[in-house]
Write a protein that binds this ligand. Structure first.
Ligand SMILES: [Zn+2]
Length: 153
């Protein structure tokens, strides 16, 4: 393949009834359950990481499996592989691949919080599962911040 397909393009091309919902946000029919009214929320972060959330509660890996993708497909290649083609002298300055993957995951958690905030701002209530997911995201971000703090000390 000569061009690198963005994660968002890869996903949207495999979904039905895709509609834009503003900057970097879409809604589509969830492929993992019988979805009459599109209930799959999709968002793209500034770093190209894609967040998927089925409002009916399908686990994201199931949604992706139904499209033939997996979780890694939500991340741009440069985040998955820790950067490509740096000059040797610069290589050690780049984050290690595991650090890059962690940053991508943190970005995904932040997107979950942002999506929830945007639902609330639009007057939509958060369901119990959504609330639990936001709390889990907040806990993950807290742990990541604590871990980063320990490395700096
Ligand atoms: Zn679903």
């Amino acid at each position: 393949m000569s061009t690198i397909e963005a994660p968002i393009d890869r996903l949207l091309a495999r979904l039905d009834a895709v509609r834009g919902r503003g900057e970097g946000r879409w809604i589509a029919r969830c492929p993992a359950h019988h979805d009459h009214t599109p209930s799959l929320g999709i968002a793209e972060g500034a770093d190209g990481v894609v967040l998927v959330r089925c409002h009916a509660g399908c686990p994201t890996p199931d949604v992706l499996a139904a499209t033939g993708l997996d979780m890694a497909d939500l991340f741009p290649r440069r985040l998955r592989r820790g950067g490509r083609g740096p000059r040797r002298a610069d290589a050690r300055r780049l984050p290690r691949p595991d650090a890059a993957a962690m940053l991508a995951a943190v970005g995904g958690e932040a997107m979950i919080c942002a999506l929830a905030a945007s639902d609330l701002a639009a007057g939509r209530a958060l369901g119990g599962d959504d609330y639990a997911r936001v709390m889990a995201a907040a806990a993950t971000l807290r742990r990541a911040a604590d871990a980063a703090g320990r490395h700096q000390a």
